[in-house]
Ligand binder design. Structure first.
Ligand SMILES: *Cc1c(COP(=O)(O)O)cnc(C)c1O
Length: 368
């Protein structure tokens, strides 16, 4: 399969992968070991950690979707980030946006303490170059950011990376390859929390890494195997199943989010609506932090829960959930204040989502 469109690649993932039986849906290979017919003779599969046929379909699939050379399926998004961090050495510095996923912030804090691999955060994209020194090895972007929905220009960052010989890494969790393919803009590594839009059903924990370039891909393959940062065959199959409808889901998430944004912008109890203009993620601020708990308690359809990218609409409270590990002053200075809610707009009928929001706001108004 070469020049197929993304929709076709997604739908066809895993089909025609099992010539022996012709299975349309790829089998889940649970076997941990494969028979050798003699010394040095292998089918290409030896031991499950190194290579597994089901995982391989997912890994090749995500590499093709992102336009990279190799894909790696890991046990979680955080395991995917650890796989990426495995290529750095003590003394190295990595530049990241200040508004980064809370788990990434927490992991980098311990990498700094344990291994002297140091995160350096920027608040203004125009001042990034001032942070670069001889220790700087990479820029790790999240775009759009979580939860403030700041969108960065990939070409601008790629140009800085190339100029200073830095690795360009992008967390593409929020947009997925349907809306954004960073490798086409020069990124060396793209990663996903596969738990979110990629698997897309709020039922699987997974992480994905895609790399560009032979040497980098070989290094990551070596480290993935030696560290055991792999996804199980069953979970690999669930992610494949989820991917088959990614395009349909992203289209509907996007359409529903746009309708919700329009509604929230007209609601007087909402002071800010943060949305990039595409995708299913948005954030908004309530007039007062005192309104947050009653707001969350009154929702009937929308679930107060800590994740995103599934069919069910979720609202998250970053202050106590995703960003709880960032000290209060630092968190508020970064714009993640106590009035901010993050909304993963689901695949329900948009009118029903809006009706739920309406009944919540009406009750809040009556109680004021
Ligand atoms: C959830 C998330 C992660 C971490 O992924 P897990 O699958 O939960 O380990 C990393 N980055 C972003 C942007 C996320 O939303």
């Amino acid at each position: 399969m070469t020049k197929n469109s993304i929709e076709t690649k997604l739908v066809q993932l895993g089909n025609q992968s099992d010539p022996r039986t012709g299975a349309v849906n790829p089998p889940i290979y649970l076997s941990t070991a494969y028979k050798h017919t003699g010394i040095g003779e292998s089918t290409g599969y030896d031991y499950i950690r190194t290579k597994n046929p089901t995982r391989e379909i997912l890994e090749n699939g995500i590499a093709e979707l992102e336009g990279g050379d190799a894909g790696f399926a890991c046990s979680s998004g955080m395991a995917a980030i650890q796989l990426i961090l495995s290529i750095f050495k003590p003394g190295d510095e990595i530049i990241l946006p200040e508004d980064v996923y809370g788990g990434t912030y927490r992991l980098l804090k311990s990498y700094n303490e344990l291994y002297n691999i140091r995160p350096v955060y920027f608040s203004n994209a125009e001042q990034v170059e001032e942070l670069i020194n001889e220790k700087t090895k990479a820029i790790f972007l999240e775009t759009p950011t979580n939860p403030l929905m700041i969108e960065f220009d990939l070409d601008y960052f790629n140009q800085i990376c190339k100029k200073h010989n830095l690795m360009f890494i992008v967390d593409n969790t929020f947009y997925s390859p349907y809306f954004q393919r960073p490798i086409e803009h020069g990124a060396d590594i793209v990663m996903h929390s596969g738990t979110k839009y990629i698997a897309g059903h709020n039922d699987t924990l997974a992480g994905l890494v895609v790399s560009k370039g032979k040497e980098l891909s070989e290094k990551l393959a070596y480290n993935q195997n030696s560290m055991g940062l792999v996804l199980s065959p069953f979970d690999s199959w669930l992610v494949i199943r989820g991917l088959k409808t990614l395009h349909l889901r992203m289209k509907q998430h996007d359409e529903n989010a746009k309708r919700v944004v329009k509604f929230l912008k007209e609601e007087p109890l909402v002071t800010d609506v943060l949305y990039t203009g595409k995708g299913g993620m948005l954030s908004f601020k309530l007039q007062k932090s005192d309104l947050v708990n009653p707001f969350l308690k009154k929702m009937k359809l929308i679930t107060f829960a800590e994740s995103l990218g599934g069919p069910e609409s979720f609202i998250t409270y970053p202050a106590t959930q995703t960003h709880a590990d960032i000290p209060y002053e630092e968190r508020v200075a970064r714009g993640v204040d106590d009035c901010l809610l993050r909304f993963s707009v689901g695949l329900e009928n948009a009118e029903d989502i809006i009706a739920d929001l309406k009944q919540v706001f009406n009750q809040l108004r009556e109680e004021q």
